[in-house]
Ligand binder design. Structure first.
Ligand code: MF3
Ligand code: CO
Ligand code: CO
Length: 257
């Protein structure tokens, strides 16, 4: 596999898909409350994507994933499968939305607090958002992929949290997951990595644990949890490298980073 550089026409299609994915997160926000099950959140998102947006929920049947969105609660790091689990006050949840429109993918996720957050949960969610933002702000032609991971890891560890290593951001376009891999930490064995060039599109989606960085895969083959059962948070945007810097492709109308 190799990196695909998007033409202006392809970038336009990714803008549309990205906007739709962001709109789903906007739509579902008010429904993320104590008493709702993650299955209900999945059902509402699925119906909105298919019937209102005329788009395709990319996770459904992707490598056998059984639902249309990922819902990752508390100590779940990523790829949580919606089910009968009911949200309760104090929970944190990541909802990860990927839609396909006109052949192109938009991939974005964010954290929600259910009721009143604990001091730790609020700090973890805020630090993870700031880490994603720092990573995004490294993006410009002539910078390197390694700059992104270095900025994220340095900040997260300065806050005494840890960065998950096993999962990373990814190129995106006509395929859900393309080259390059976008690490959220600095790997000396890879060095500075690929140089960023206009037309590259990839996600930045750091997973940050309140405790140790190590993770475990549950027997369902999807759900990733923290080994030490500590809380975990994640935020994700799809980014385009432009001639002068970056464009966030997964913002809803009027929103800013
Ligand atoms: N949306 C996830 C990502 O950010 C991937 C989910 S794969 C699925 O890359 F199969 F679990 F949906
Ligand atoms: Co992604
Ligand atoms: Co995602």
């Amino acid at each position: 596999m190799s990196i695909t550089y998007k033409t202006p026409e392809q970038a336009d299609k990714m803008r549309v898909a990205g906007r739709l994915a962001a709109d789903v997160l906007k739509m579902i926000g008010p429904r993320v409350r104590a008493g709702v099950s993650t299955d209900e959140l999945d059902r509402i998102c699925h119906q909105y994507i298919v019937e209102v947006q005329g788009a395709i929920p990319a996770p459904l049947n992707y490598k056998g994933f059984p639902r249309s969105i990922c819902t990752s609660v508390n100590n779940v790091v990523c790829h949580g499968i919606p089910g009968p689990k009911v949200l309760k006050d104090g929970d944190i949840i990541n909802i990860d939305i990927t839609v396909i429109k006109d052949g192109f993918h938009g991939d974005t996720s964010r954290m929600f607090h259910v009721g009143e957050p604990t001091v730790l949960a609020r700090r973890l969610v805020d630090v993870t958002y700031a880490a994603m933002k720092l990573g995004i702000e490294m993006v410009k032609p002539g910078a390197y992929l390694g700059d992104i991971g270095r900025a994220i890891q340095r900040y997260v560890e300065s806050e005494r949290f840890s960065v998950v290593r096993e999962y990373c951001g990814h190129g995106i376009g006509e395929r859900f997951h393309e080259d390059p891999q976008v690490l959220h930490y600095f790997d000396p064995s890879r060095g500075k990595g690929e140089e960023l060039r206009p037309g590259m599109a990839f996600t930045i989606e750091p997973m940050v644990n309140a405790g140790q960085r190590h993770v475990r895969l549950l027997p369902d083959g999807w759900t990733v949890v923290t080994k030490d059962r500590s809380l975990s948070a994640q935020w994700e945007h799809t980014i385009l490298v432009t001639d002068t810097g970056f464009e966030v492709m997964t913002l809803a109308e009027g929103d800013t980073l």
